[in-house]
Design a binder for this molecule. Structure first.
Ligand code: UGA
Length: 439
């Protein structure tokens, strides 16, 4: 099957590479010539474990190509995937400008009838609108069939998720199109669910909204545990063993971030509102998350009274481990607030340190050395549960910090380990650890 993929961002690049890996001939198209130049040299433009090797392998096999020319990329394509961004507009709704532009580019250049597959997360009804838009611009005789095929991959494990997903959703208007999509995806060996286009679009939003709800739910339980002297880790374990609940996405912390949950929950609230439905539950999920991102500041102010003149080591900038992505990271809320309160901030991140000043205008120092960040600081704040931070002996804090005080937004250490290390330790939904001398 000859496939074109429009957009070489997270979803587009991973999709293109994975489709080439399972045997298709793929051309990825992007309007950014610099990105295409890098990709053509075999350099992946995103940080994603396993992607680089797979990309190179398929470029060498001549199954994977990159171009900034739509005419070249779309030539002879049987199927075109649209995988451009749908960022958030000021009112929370999804910005469909890029997907509309991509659709117009396809309409302008395709010479033969094609199937257009929308991978991007789009509000219910978008696939049908995009089809109409394209039909009004294609040359006569060309037919367009559409398919909604949302992705469920996570950043940092995108390749793994693509090959080991729980399901592949295919939403079409006719069975013939679904047959083609099912055939394309057959080598993945993942169960396929066929549905109508609107339901497929909704499955993506509902899935992300539900996962965000689980996180906000456990975060609220964590906040209550702190007040009642319970331990949220124990509670989550006890809840998760019930198969009806499941143990995934019950990790309490400083809230969800990233390019998806915040954007998609807002977009669903907005979509509901546009149809005179007040999605109160999801509004609360968002509100809980916004509060959760500020929680560590509250804990620090309770402990110190004032943060003015305090040197604070922030560990982690990325919204989660194994990515260099800072979009909607709790660090973007925390660091400006700390500097506003007069703290001097030194931030550590193993991969994203060089991105800090691009995203955060507040004055802060960025380093990829954990020791440099901790050295002589008044306290440490953990934002991202990077493996090297989790693996670190908590006694390191006692050794390097001016005062061994740690605010852990990711519950990286067990309470006994924190006690043993003799550090003052404030985490999420668990009892505070205060060494005898500090009491
Ligand atoms: C999420 C979904 O998990 C994917 O299925 C989906 O395809 C993707 O959005 C998307 O719509 O493109 P992603 O944003 O990469 O993937 O990240 P997750 O691993 O889901 O984590 C999201 C946020 O939730 C992170 O900030 C993470 O730290 C937080 N989280 C996750 C928790 O606070 N607790 C948990 O138990 C799990």
């Amino acid at each position: 099957m000859k496939i074109a993929v429009i957009g070489t961002g997270y979803v587009g690049l991973v999709t293109g590479v994975a489709l080439a890996e399972i045997g298709h001939t793929v051309t990825c198209i992007d309007v950014d010539p610099e990105k295409i130049a890098e990709l053509n040299q075999g350099i992946p433009t995103i940080y994603e474990p396993g992607l680089g090797e797979m990309m190179l392998r398929n470029q060498k096999r001549q199954r994977l190509h990159f171009t900034d020319q739509h005419r070249v990329g779309l030539d002879g394509a049987d199927v075109v995937y649209l995988a451009v961004g749908t960022p958030q507009l000021a009112d929370g709704s999804a910005n469909l400008r890029y997907i509309e532009q991509a659709a117009m580019d396809v309409a302008e250049h395709v010479q033969e009838s094609v199937i257009v597959v929308i991978k991007s997360t789009v509000p219910v009804g978008t696939n049908v609108r995009i089809k109409q838009l394209m039909l009004s611009h294609v040359r006569s005789g060309v037919t367009i069939r559409i398919a909604s095929n949302p992705e469920f991959l996570r950043e940092g494990s995108a390749i793994h998720d693509t090959f080991h997903g729980d399901r592949i959703i295919i939403g079409t208007e006719d069975q013939e199109t679904a047959n083609v999509l099912e055939e394309i995806n057959a080598p993945f060996g993942i169960p396929v669910v066929r549905t109508d286009v609107s339901s497929s679009e909704m499955i993506k939003y509902a899935s992300n909204a539900f996962l965000a709800t689980k996180i906000s739910f456990i975060n609220e339980i964590a906040n209550l545990c702190e007040k009642l002297g319970a331990d949220v880790e124990e509670v989550a374990k006890g809840m998760g063993l019930d198969h009806r609940i499941g143990s995934a996405f019950l990790k309490a912390g400083i809230g969800y971030g990233g390019s998806c949950f915040p954007k998609d929950t807002n977009a669903l609230v907005q979509l509901a509102g546009n149809h005179h439905h007040d999605f109160n539950l999801l509004k609360s999920v968002i509100e809980v998350n916004n509060h959760q991102q500020r929680l560590l500041i509250e804990k620090m102010l309770t402990r110190f009274g004032s943060l003015s003149g305090k040197k604070v080591a922030v560990l982690g900038l990325a919204f989660k481990p194994n990515t260099d992505d800072l979009r909607e990271s709790p660090a973007l809320v925390l660091i400006p607030k700390l500097t506003e309160l007069g703290a001097e901030v030194v931030c550590y991140d193993p991969i994203a340190a060089n991105q800090g000043s691009k995203w955060i205008s507040a004055p802060a120092v960025y380093t990829n050395s954990v020791a440099k960040a901790l050295n002589d600081a008044d306290c440490a704040v953990i934002v991202t549960d990077w493996p090297d931070i989790k693996r670190m002996d908590p006694q390191t804090f006692a050794r390097l910090l001016r005062e061994p005080i740690v605010f852990d937004g990711r519950n990286c250490y067990s309470i006994p380990a924190a006690r043993k290390a003799d550090i003052e330790y404030y985490s999420i939904g668990r009892p505070d650890v205060i060494p005898e001398v500090s009491k």
